[in-house]
Design a protein around this ligand. Structure first.
Ligand code: ATP
Ligand code: 4MY
Ligand code: MG
Ligand code: MG
Length: 308
């Protein structure tokens, strides 16, 4: 349904240059404007209350000046939805609080890998975790370093890591990861290439650590591996739906994705390993209509955006 007969909805967006480049693309701008939604850039260095008027704010910025500007705007405009509240986003900026939300849900056949926080690099002798491990920076703040992870094969591999970080057990999962994109009422699960399994025989030959980043942005490999990728079954729709509904409510977020792997040792079990606020939607099929419908739902108050 279009609102072309009435005034278009004005959506103000405040994003990093990288996010703007990948998300505010011509195909989105034209689809949205044809359907009564206009996306306008906010200047985050100027007070938000002096810009607009807006029917909705969409943002992925974290600095304190911006948060203050948002708060001033929200107190003067309590009925204008803000996607999303900084409090909700902050839960996903720490890799421990991020996955605690999944544990709280207590959904059958779902969980998270065993993990602990390391704040100091001394005294790492008696870890109650099994190798191989993955070290992930504690802050998932979108910086390049926040995506720099290490596979750790043995005790020596724990040297030279920068605290604070999270040590998480590496779980064999057949080299395929499922990414579930959520945008309000909509969700979609897609397959991506992941790290390959590490067998116990191979682990004996692997020493120290191995840095890596953004594996799942690689295309699926061709040949034998590609074939296995194609044949990998998707997780049960009912399980994905339960996770989506549970996480939306627990996080009070509408715009996020999460990564799920199928435990190679217990194939009934699916583990959530990562949740991202406002991820790379442009990689999703039909992203222009999904995002436009979502923004219209937000302005219509057909979906709830936290306190606003
Ligand atoms: N516990 C684990 N067991 C097995 N593989 C894992 C585990 N944790 C992460 N991985 C692999 O490492 C990749 C990156 O991990 P993760 O998703 O936590 O990092 P990220 O930098 O937050 O990624 P994103 O780009 O999705 O934000 C995953 O896509 C998966 O391939
Ligand atoms: O575009 P952005 O800068 O927001 O990058 C996001 C990236 O999207 P991109 O792949 O289009 O870059 C996302 O990839 P998918 O999960 O969707 O594959 C994911 O890695 C987010 O964690 C990133 O957000 P960040 O954690 O860095 O803030
Ligand atoms: Mg991830
Ligand atoms: Mg992430």
């Amino acid at each position: 349904m279009s609102n072309l007969s009435s005034k278009p909805y004005q959506i103000g967006y405040a994003l990093t240059p990288k996010k703007e480049q990948t998300f505010i693309v011509p195909s989105l701008l034209s689809y949205a404007s044809q359907n009564g939604v206009v996306l306008t850039k906010i200047d985050p260095t100027k007070p938000l209350i002096q810009q607009g008027p807006f029917d909705c704010i969409l943002h992925k910025l974290y600095d304190s000046d911006w948060k203050q500007s948002l708060q001033d705007f929200a107190s003067r405009n309590p009925n204008i939805p803000i996607i999303a509240s900084p409090e909700s986003i902050d839960i996903l900026r720490n890799r421990i609080s991020m996955l605690e939300t999944v544990s709280k849900l207590k959904i059958n056949n779902t969980g998270v890998p065993k993990q602990i926080t390391i704040t100091e690099v001394t005294g790492l002798e008696n870890l109650k975790l099994n190798f191989p491990l993955i070290a992930k920076p504690l802050d998932a703040d979108g910086s390049e370093t926040s995506h720099k992870l290490h596979l750790i094969f043995d005790k020596d591999g724990l040297n030279n890591l920068t605290a604070p970080f999270v040590l998480q057990e590496f779980v064999n999962h057949g080299g395929v990861i499922f990414k579930v994109y959520v945008a309000g009422k909509y969700f979609r699960c897609v397959k991506r290439k992941s790290l390959p399994d590490i067998s116990e025989e191979n682990l004996v030959n692997l020493k120290g650590s191995l840095p890596f980043s953004q594996v799942s942005n690689l295309a699926a490999a061709g040949g034998g591996e590609g074939c296995k990728f194609e044949k990998t079954e998707m997780p049960p729709e009912s399980l994905v739906k339960e996770l989506v509904e549970g996480l939306k409510e627990e996080l009070r977020l509408n715009l996020f994705n999460f990564d799920v792997i199928r435990d190679g040792k217990n194939k009934e079990n699916y583990l959530v390993i990562d949740i991202n606020y406002f991820p790379g939607y442009a990689k999703m099929p039909d992203f222009e209509s999904v995002i436009t419908d979502f923004l219209r739902d937000v302005v219509h108050k057909d979906i709830n955006c936290g306190d606003n």
